[in-house]
Ligand binder design. Structure first.
Ligand SMILES: Nc1ncnc2c1ncn2[C@@H]1O[C@H](COP(=O)(O)OP(=O)(O)OP(=O)(O)O)[C@@H](O)[C@H]1O
Ligand SMILES: [Mg+2]
Length: 261
């Protein structure tokens, strides 16, 4: 299963939420985080990881041809053990690596699709802000689910009616999460015709753990924070969509009554 997490504007906490999802994803899934943010990665610096291996070495190896196992060889463990393919902090290098990954004749990042297609594997990709022409868009387009984070003030939401149809065309299964204070879920659903799956709680301490500022990140441990508990609820809903018995079930956003397309 390939889950892309994106924003359309600002920095609503995509990277933090990706780490939260990965840390609480229900076992026995094998979870892999891929930093695919064209504006450069943060996790290497936040968790004092090496600059290599990572996205750059993985993209180079993929161009020489490789199997799904290749992806795992370019990952490093976060505290608690979740493997992450880190992006370079430099935007130019990150963009070049992402463009190379999608340079397959199919125009899709095939190595990531291959690993995400393995039984029990969940790839959670931090695709950052989805600007038009983003080199992460091939990855988003080949995702099984897109999780879109948006702050809930009027100026943030004003962009959604124009941009949501495009997101829905990239991936029909799009889950909208509001972040922080602002408009209520019912108001957003009424105005946009898309019901948010929920609201990411404001939780500076939980976020600090997930950003490596408090040395306490462990697999499962974020579920002790409000942010981690919310991520667990979202992960459980998304994981249910991946189980064969649930394949005919509606996706979470549909159960909530809306879809971003
Ligand atoms: N739910 C939250 N509650 C409180 N603070 C948060 C929350 N989520 C993230 N933060 C804080 O907000 C800041 C930005 O978070 P993060 O890097 O995850 O955002 P982003 O959307 O990935 O940004 P960018 O687009 O720059 O990559 C961090 O300092 C993080 O600790
Ligand atoms: Mg980020």
């Amino acid at each position: 299963m390939l889950v892309s997490v994106v924003s359309l504007k600002g920095s609503p906490g995509v990277t933090t939420f990706v780490v939260a999802l990965a840390a609480v994803w229900p076992v026995p899934a094998r979870v892999l985080v891929v930093e695919a943010d064209p504006s450069g990665g943060d996790l290497g610096l936040r968790f004092s990881l090496s600059s290599a291996p990572g996205l750059v070495s993985m993209a180079a190896a993929a161009r020489r041809g490789g199997d799904a196992g290749l992806v795992w060889r370019h990952a490093q463990p976060l505290p608690g053990g979740v493997p992450v393919v880190v992006a370079p902090p430099d935007a130019e290098q990150a963009r070049a690596a992402l463009s190379a990954l999608a340079h397959d004749p199919t125009g899709k990042p095939e190595v990531l699709r291959a690993v995400a297609g393995e039984p029990g594997v969940v790839v959670i990709a931090d695709c950052g802000r989805m600007d038009p022409g983003s080199p992460a868009s091939p990855l988003v387009r080949s995702s099984d689910v897109v999780v879109l984070l948006s702050r809930a003030h009027a100026d943030d939401l004003a962009h959604l009616p124009r941009r949501l149809p495009a997101v829905g065309r990239w991936c029909p299964n799009c889950v909208l999460l509001l972040v922080g204070e602002g408009y209520g879920e019912a108001e957003v659903a009424r105005e946009l015709g898309v019901a948010p799956l929920g609201r990411v709680p404001y939780d500076p301490v939980g976020a600090a753990v997930l950003c490596g500022r408090l040395n306490r990140l462990r697999r499962g441990a974020p579920s002790h924070s409000a942010l981690g508990r919310f991520a667990y609820r979202v992960a459980t809903r998304l994981a249910a969509c991946d189980r064969p018995t649930a394949s005919s079930a509606q996706h979470p956003h549909e159960r909530q009554g809306g879809r971003a397309s």
